[in-house]
Design a protein around this ligand. Structure first.
Ligand code: 173
Length: 316
């Protein structure tokens, strides 16, 4: 009797403490390995692999050469990859209102505190079968870069490379738009197929686009969102320790968003050094530029999903 009890207890203990076996998640990035918006993700992966020995590891299969950026949402949604480094603008086919993430004027830390994170996570889970794990890119604005000068916030007559990020704003300002993945921008500039492009303050030199860029328009607008998302079936199949590890890694990488202010200043200096001149709007022009960004951005989200726009507006 005593022996049976002891054995039962031993089994119970074993079952309770049995750590799930180490899992390896297959990951891909929408941004080319070694470039600006792949860097925080690489640090996230290194952190997980360092701290997750015996628990969970991440194997990055590649960047846009492995999975085309506009296909990566589908790949993580369906489980072709388990985890992705991707911006919401590249998966609007699955979550059109996800484009609202760029409209946040606060940080992901604020959004976790005010409940916005939970809304965003729920949107991702129900629309595209992914867990919204982490956001990088806070404190980084987007800009318009040009090969010819403009004097006013008027883009009539210009053909501009876009993604959903800039689409509503640039269209309202009169531009003719061409949507491309980042990998096609250099060639489009070289061929003269576009007169400019939207892109964040960081990364222009990384991609070699400074060779083909004459002007940057200031001020910047919106805020970059480059998110770590995890296939929901995979996420739900993880043990508590594995989930906790990923959540800790998320918190760690999100804290590094504060570094972006310094990085932005260095990038602006490097652009100037590379000969990119700044067209700075001031006074009414500045106001009109920023108003077009904000008003057109929110109007586009409201047209897609008025309820989501209302909810996010109060916590962004
Ligand atoms: O311009 C883009 O390709 C784009 O939308 C984006 C979004 C986040 C980071 C970098 C680029």
């Amino acid at each position: 009797m005593k022996k049976t009890l002891a054995l039962t207890a031993a089994f119970a203990m074993l079952a309770g403490s049995a750590a799930a076996e180490e899992v390896t998640l297959k990951a891909a990035s929408a941004f080319a390995t070694g470039t600006t918006f792949a860097r925080p993700f690489a640090a996230f992966v290194d952190w997980v692999n360092e701290n997750g020995k015996g628990v969970l590891q991440i194997n990055v299969v590649g960047g846009p050469e492995a999975v085309p950026p506009f296909e990566l949402g589908n790949a993580v949604s369906s489980g072709v990859v388990d985890l992705a480094n991707n911006t919401a603008a590249f998966y609007t086919n699955l979550l059109p209102e996800g484009d609202a993430l760029k409209l946040a004027t606060n940080t992901i830390q604020d959004q976790r505190a005010n409940g916005c994170y939970d809304i965003i996570d729920e949107m991702h889970q129900s629309a595209m079968n992914v867990k919204y794990l982490a956001r990088t890119g806070d404190n980084v604005n987007f800009h318009l870069y040009l090969t010819k000068p403009i004097e006013k916030p008027d883009l009539n007559g210009l053909t501009i490379r876009t993604t959903p990020v800039y689409q509503a704003m640039f269209k309202a300002l009169g531009a003719n738009l061409v949507r491309t993945a980042p990998g096609e921008v250099y060639t489009a500039l070289e061929r003269g197929a576009i007169d400019g492009y939207g892109w964040p303050i960081q990364g222009v030199l990384d991609l070699g686009w400074d060779e083909q860029t004459k002007y940057r328009v200031d001020p910047g607008f919106y805020q970059v969102d480059v998110n770590v998302i995890v296939n929901l079936d995979k996420w739900n199949g993880l043990g508590d320790e594995q989930k906790a590890l990923l959540e800790k890694a998320a918190e760690w990488i999100e804290a590094k968003n504060a570094d972006n202010l310094d990085i932005n200043a260095k990038e602006a200096a490097a652009q100037a050094e590379a000969g990119i001149e700044v067209i700075e709007f001031s006074g009414d022009d500045r106001e009109a530029w920023l108003k077009a960004a904000q008003d057109e951005g929110w109007a586009a989200i409201a047209a897609i999903n008025a309820d989501a726009a209302d909810k996010l507006k109060t916590c962004f």
